[in-house]
Design a protein around this ligand. Structure first.
Ligand code: ADP
Length: 198
């Protein structure tokens, strides 16, 4: 299975780019979707969080209180280590299972933290969607109901633009219009198909 990792910071345009690859029938595995699904009701991960933190970690419905857990690991680094040790192997396992199920000639693994979480190990090729930090902030503020400070905090926790670019085999510059993405995506799609034949 030939895996193309697609990454970029928050608001860089990963989803916009992977949607374009999907128009060619390419399957996309989204690490964020897998991560969010880990704590479904009845899951092993949810039970382990409940055992460690008690009822305070749950909502009245029994679902994970994500806001509480986020605040908790922010304030307690040892809990963050514990949570990462719980979730990272599970996420990796589920990503691998999803990649194996893909039917398209190559498959995309989309992950904002591809570089940070070493998911690059699962990829044959890494494509970075690149924009300036200023544009990242602007587009995220337009999309999400968050403050500029919250966007800055998220960006702080992610790899820097330079770190990400260092891990890149291919780069798409998304500082232009969305229409300007069509041609580079088409070119890369052809390129990845060629790689398969070698
Ligand atoms: P990511 O998945 O990396 O967080 P998105 O693909 O959701 O990023 O893009 C962030 C926001 O910016 C979305 O609202 C998207 O519609 C918009 N966007 C993406 N590319 C462009 C572009 N080239 N010009 C203007 N807006 C864009």
């Amino acid at each position: 299975m030939y895996v193309v990792g697609v990454t970029g910071g928050i608001g860089s345009g990963k989803t916009t780019v992977t949607n374009l690859f999907q128009t060619y029938g390419i399957d996309v595995v989204d690490a964020d979707v897998i991560a969010r699904g880990l704590f479904q009701l009845g899951s092993d991960a949810l039970q382990q969080v409940h055992e460690r933190f008690g009822d305070q970690a749950l909502l009245g419905t029994g679902e994970l209180n994500r806001a509480w857990l986020r605040a908790r690991v922010f304030e307690h680094p040892e809990d963050k280590v514990w949570l990462n040790q719980l979730t990272h192997p599970l996420i990796r396992e589920q990503i691998l299972a999803a990649l194996k199920q893909a039917q398209s000639p190559y498959v995309i693994l989309s992950a904002p933290l591809l570089v940070e979480n070493k998911l690059t190990e699962l990829c044959d090729r890494v494509l970075v969607v690149d924009i300036s930090e200023a544009l990242q902030v602007e587009r995220t503020l337009q999309r999400d109901s968050v403050s500029a400070q919250q966007v800055a905090a998220i960006m702080q926790a992610q790899a820097s633009r330079a770190e990400r670019l260092q891990a890149a085999d291919d780069v798409i510059d998304n500082s232009g219009t969305q229409d300007a993405l069509v041609e580079p995506v088409a070119r890369l799609h052809r390129f990845y198909l060629q790689q398969l034949e070698q």
